[in-house]
Write a new protein. Structure first.
Length: 278
């Protein structure tokens, strides 16, 4: 479980939040309004079904260009190739389109995810879900918030802790056949022990749904830093516990996030079932 205390009035964090919100808003509008009717796969990654579209690439370029105009000394880590060290101590971790397959098929569950790290720790996270009309954000130490169909900003908070057998838990599946086959085996073992399992297709939105009280837990294997950075912070600031395997931080081996009371039993079951195993 992760913990870092920061000055809640830090003007740098306020600046980073404002910039992340603007970049996420513009990228979300580009993706929502600029999606071509004949959208096609531009490339593949880990397997033929792990796809990149021209819009992923365009959104990342928009985000990095906008941030660089305001903060030229910052570093970047982006899913579609942005990678620079920077000299300011701030690094932006960007998933320009989390839920690409959903986007490709015209499904609404996709998001723009932008986090700002300071000295290796996420201090700002923004997730924009344009088709929901919702944007979630957090600054470490200031709580998690969202805007949407309601008036103004709403402070986010996890659901009250439920018994594990009444917990609604979300997960995702890898695009490599051998890995997803193992993930299906783990899910099959978990389902009888939970209220139910959901599979939305966007890690960033799953973590924000946990923060908003729409889920009791979430886990997934095979995630990258850009999948997790913003959503993990938002979930933490809403009161969720997050981690990986017992005693570890979230990683490609395993990421777990849940309400207090659900987190430890869920994490323990995932360890027992070898959810992290190759």
């Amino acid at each position: 479980m992760r913990s870092l205390v920061t000055d809640p009035l830090d003007p740098l964090h306020t600046e980073l939040l404002s910039l992340a919100q603007e970049a996420a808003r513009r990228a979300g509008e580009l993706l929502r309004d600029g999606r071509p009717a004949d959208l096609a796969v531009a490339a593949t990654k880990s397997s033929p079904i792990d796809v990149v579209t021209e819009m992923d690439i365009a959104a990342e370029k928009l985000i990095t260009n906008l941030i660089s105009e305001h903060r030229p000394d910052d570093g970047f880590l982006g899913e579609e190739g942005a990678s620079t060290e920077g000299t300011s101590g701030v690094r932006w971790v960007i998933d320009p389109l989390d839920g690409t397959v959903n986007y490709l098929y015209g499904l609404p569950t996709w998001a723009v995810s932008i986090a700002a790290e300071q000295d290796g720790e996420a201090v700002v996270g923004v997730v924009a879900a344009p088709m929901r009309g919702e944007t979630y954000h957090a600054v470490r130490g200031r709580g998690a918030w969202a805007t949407g169909a309601w008036d103004g900003e709403r402070r986010l908070g996890c659901r009250p802790a439920a018994p594990l057998d009444q917990a609604l838990v979300s997960t995702g599946f890898n695009y490599v056949t051998e890995v997803r086959t193992h993930q299906a085996d783990v899910a099959q073992k978990l389902i009888p022990l939970l209220r139910d399992i959901r599979r939305g297709g966007s890690a960033a939105i799953d973590l924000c749904d946990l923060a908003a009280g729409r889920l009791d837990g979430y886990y997934e294997r095979g995630l990258n830093a850009w999948d997790l950075a913003a959503g993990d912070l938002i979930a933490q600031e809403a009161g969720a516990l997050t981690g990986g395997r017992p005693g570890e931080r979230p990683s490609r081996d395993l990421a777990v996030a849940a309400t207090p009371g659900v987190f430890e039993p869920l994490q323990r079951l995932l360890e027992d079932f070898g959810a992290w195993h190759d």
